[in-house]
Design a protein around this ligand. Structure first.
Ligand SMILES: [Zn+2]
Length: 375
C-alpha cells in the first residue's frame, strides 16, 4: 500500500474521531439544559402545593371565625329568651338558635374536610421538596460530569488535531486536496476497492482501474464517486478462502451461435476478448481490449465456422461464457460496457480457478488443455 494511502486512512480515522468528540461536546450542554427544565417544573409544582396549603389555612381560619360568631349569637339568643313575654317570641328565638347550631356543625365539618385536605397537600409539598433536592443534586453532578467530560474531550481533540496536522504534512498536497474536497461533499474521501467494486458507492470498477488499485503503484480515484481507492489484500484473502463453496461454472456450448474467448496476448494489443458470431454460413469476429473494452481493429467476416475460419486466433485462447444480442453489440459500437467486461472477467476468473483446481487434482492428466473450457 502507498504510504500516502496509509496516511489517508489514518487521517480518515482522525477525522471521524474528531467529529465524534465535537458532537459529544455539543451534546453535553443540551443534557444539562434538559435536567434544568425538569428542575424548573418540580419547583413550580412545589410552589403550587405550598400556595394551596396556605389557601386551606386561610379557609379554616374563616370557618373558625364564623363558628365564634354563631356561638356569640347563640349566647345572645339564650339571654334574650329569659326575658321573652310570649310563646311565639320564645319559639322564634329557639329557631334562631337551632339555625346557628346547624351553621356551626356545617363549619366544623368543613374544617375537618380542610384538615384532611391539608394533610394530603403537606405530603405533596414534602414529596416535591424531596424531588427538588434529588434533582438539584443530580444537576450538580451532571454539570460537573459535563465539565469534566468536555475538558477531556477538548484535550483529546487537541491531541487528534496535532496528529491530524502531522498526517496531513506527510501526504502529497494534490492528493490531500482531492481527499478533503471529496470528504467535504461526501462525508468520506477514501474507499476500499473490493471484488471489482468501489465498496462505498458500489459501482463496478473497470478491470484496468481495479488492477491499478491492486498493484498500488499510484493513487487511483473511483470514476463514479471520486473517492480515492485503496486495496486491502487481507480482505480479499479472507473472502477467497472458501474455494470449495464456489459454484460450479457453467460450461459454454461448442455449437453456440456466439462464442467469446480470452487471449493473454494478441499482437500489440496484449490481453483481449474475442467474440465470434456465426450467421448463415459466415462468421463475424470482433476483438476488444480486456482492460478498457475498446475494440481492437476492424470487424472481420469470413466464410464457415469460426474454428475453421479463425484457427490461429483460437490457439492458446480460453473459452468464456457470454451471449449478448447482436443488436446490442452493434449499439455498443467500439467500446464494451462495464457490465459486459465485468461478466467476462468474472467468468475468466472462474475458468482459471477451475483449471488450477483441475490441475492440482489430476496430476496424471495430460498437459493443461488450452481450450479446456470448451473441450
Ligand atoms: Zn465510488
Amino acid at each position: 500500500m502507498l504510504p500516502d494511502i496509509e496516511n489517508l486512512l489514518k487521517l480518515q480515522d482522525a477525522d471521524k474521531e474528531m467529529r465524534r468528540l465535537q458532537e459529544e461536546i455539543a451534546e453535553l450542554p443540551k443534557r444539562v439544559a434538559a435536567i434544568e427544565q425538569k428542575l424548573a417544573g418540580t419547583k413550580a409544582q412545589l410552589e403550587r402545593a405550598q400556595a394551596s396549603v396556605k389557601a386551606d389555612e386561610a379557609a379554616r381560619r374563616q370557618q373558625e371565625t364564623s363558628i365564634q360568631d354563631f356561638r356569640a349569637k347563640i349566647s345572645k339568643y339564650r339571654d334574650q329568651s329569659l326575658e321573652v313575654k310570649t310563646n311565639d317570641q320564645y319559639k322564634a328565638l329557639l329557631h334562631e338558635i337551632q339555625f346557628a347550631e346547624k351553621e356551626i356543625a356545617a363549619a366544623e365539618d368543613k374544617i375537618l374536610e380542610l384538615m384532611l385536605n391539608t394533610d394530603a397537600r403537606e405530603k405533596e409539598v414534602k414529596l416535591a421538596q424531596a424531588e427538588l433536592k434529588a434533582e438539584t443534586a443530580e444537576i450538580e453532578k451532571e454539570t460537573a460530569d459535563a465539565h469534566q467530560r468536555t475538558a477531556e474531550d477538548q484535550k483529546q481533540l487537541t491531541e487528534w488535531r496535532a496528529q491530524r496536522d502531522q498526517l496531513r504534512g506527510g501526504i502529497d498536497a494534490d492528493l490531500l486536496r482531492h481527499y478533503e474536497r471529496v470528504a467535504k461533499f461526501r462525508g468520506t474521501g477514501i474507499s476500499e476497492a473490493f471484488d471489482h467494486k468501489c465498496t462505498t458507492c458500489q459501482v463496478m470498477l473497470r478491470p484496468q482501474t481495479y488492477n491499478e488499485v491492486r498493484t498500488g503503484q499510484h493513487a487511483v480515484v473511483c470514476d463514479s464517486c471520486q473517492r480515492i481507492l485503496y486495496f486491502n489484500p487481507a480482505h480479499e484473502l479472507a473472502a477467497n478462502k472458501p474455494v470449495a463453496a464456489r459454484p460450479r461454472r457453467h460450461h459454454p456450448k461448442m455449437d453456440a451461435k456466439q462464442a467469446w474467448y480470452y487471449r493473454s496476448e494478441y499482437g500489440e494489443a496484449g490481453e483481449t476478448y474475442l467474440c465470434f458470431i456465426k450467421s448463415q454460413g459466415q462468421c463475424t469476429r470482433r476483438v476488444y481490449d480486456v482492460h478498457n473494452g475498446r475494440q481492437v481493429g476492424d470487424i472481420l467476416i469470413r466464410e464457415g465456422e469460426y474454428h475453421a475460419a479463425f484457427p490461429v486466433d483460437l490457439a492458446d485462447a480460453i473459452r468464456l461464457n457470454g451471449s449478448w444480442d447482436e443488436t446490442d453489440l452493434e449499439a455498443w459500437g467500439t467500446e464494451l460496457p462495464m457490465v459486459v467486461l465485468d461478466a467476462l472477467q468474472a467468468d475468466l476468473d472462474a475458468a482459471r480457478a477451475e483449471a488450477s483446481a483441475a490441475a492440482s487434482h489430476t496430476k496424471r492428466a495430460a498437459p493443461a488443455a488450452t481450450e479446456q473450457a470448451a473441450s
